[in-house]
Write a protein that binds this ligand. Sequence first.
Ligand SMILES: C=CC1=C(C)c2cc3[nH]c(cc4nc(cc5[nH]c(cc1n2)c(C)c5CCC(=O)O)C(CCC(=O)O)=C4C)c(C)c3C=C
Ligand SMILES: [Fe+2]
Ligand SMILES: [Fe+2]
Length: 343
Amino acid sequence: MKGVLLINLGSPDSTNPKDVKRYLDEFLMDERVIDKPYLLRAFIVKGIILNTRPKKSAAAYKKIWWDEGSPLIVLSERLKRKVDDLTHVPVALGMRYGNPSIKAGLQELADQGVDEVLIVPLYPQFAMSTTETVLVKAEEERKKHFPEMKFTNIPAFYNHPDYVRVLAASIKDELEGKEWDHLLFSYHGVPERHIRKSDITNSHCKIDGVCCQTNSPAHQYCYRHQCFETTKQVVELLGIDNSKYSTSFQSRLGRDPWIQPYTDATIESLAEKGIKNLAVVTPAFVSDCLETLEEIAMEGKEDFIAAGGEQFYAVPCLNDNDEWVKVLSRWVDEWAITETANA
Ligand SMILES: C=CC1=C(C)c2cc3[nH]c(cc4nc(cc5[nH]c(cc1n2)c(C)c5CCC(=O)O)C(CCC(=O)O)=C4C)c(C)c3C=C
Ligand SMILES: [Fe+2]
Ligand SMILES: [Fe+2]
């Protein structure tokens, strides 16, 4: 029997600094997130970052936390419930870090008799710190606890016409009747090194401003290319002029160079250039979370106004948008039917 596991990033269990520390430990000790040899990674994470960051992050989480819990978890659960209602196969939810775990999600499916699972990483663009680590972790859990299960996964959907259409429509609906001068596409950043590591040609990605616009098989795994491509396809659909949008990357951690331009500097420079009404969309995130609700909608807005801006609109993520639910459910049903036909 077939079933689906939606996988998102995950959040701490609460805003208590101890829970935040446990979550950050699991997250940052992932070799696909802080990609240093184990001892160096343990020194950086446990010896440096975990001494100060949990308190700071807990304070940020407190600002966005809901009565029902972490927005990312609550919104992922709502999405899961709606997709479950619309599809013809059981749907479960797992988080790469924290709870509910990937193992718990697989157990929920196994308890319903599922032995063929469609893994759906809830990341439009591929990155080793997101899609890849989710697939590796799911496979580890399969081997250890569910060896009889068969897995298939959906690839990154950054340029899938259905995804681009619902994203564009959600932006259009949100900005209807609002006066905006510029639309910023802000994606989560990654270290430049991660882009080079994921380059299957070993030579294409030079992060020189040209490579991501030059066709290459490397783009199947190039996060930077895929972000620019999502932007390009959405603005084409919405008919937005070149001068009225930009792409940037947020949430840098550490001293290594991350992919640029950085969102904080871009927001400031747009205000300094005279943009008064700025809209920001965050398409690397399927669900609103700390990085969209705090870093963009609170900090980004504050920085924009301080630099001379007037109106700031943070466009919500797709969350449990009904058109998005229909698209995900159709992808699931198409897989379920095709697999059955081939069986
Ligand atoms: C959407 C894609 C994401 C990529 C790519 C990504 C890479 C990445 N992240 C960190 C470090 C942190 N990220 C944090 C929060 C966070 N990151 C994502 C998504 C991506 N991360 C989400 C959805 C969230 C929010 C989770 C939530 O509970 O709402 C955090 C924790 C918060 C904080 O302390 O700032 C860290 C740390 C790295 C190092 C990285 C790439 C290497
Ligand atoms: Fe992150
Ligand atoms: Fe590239």
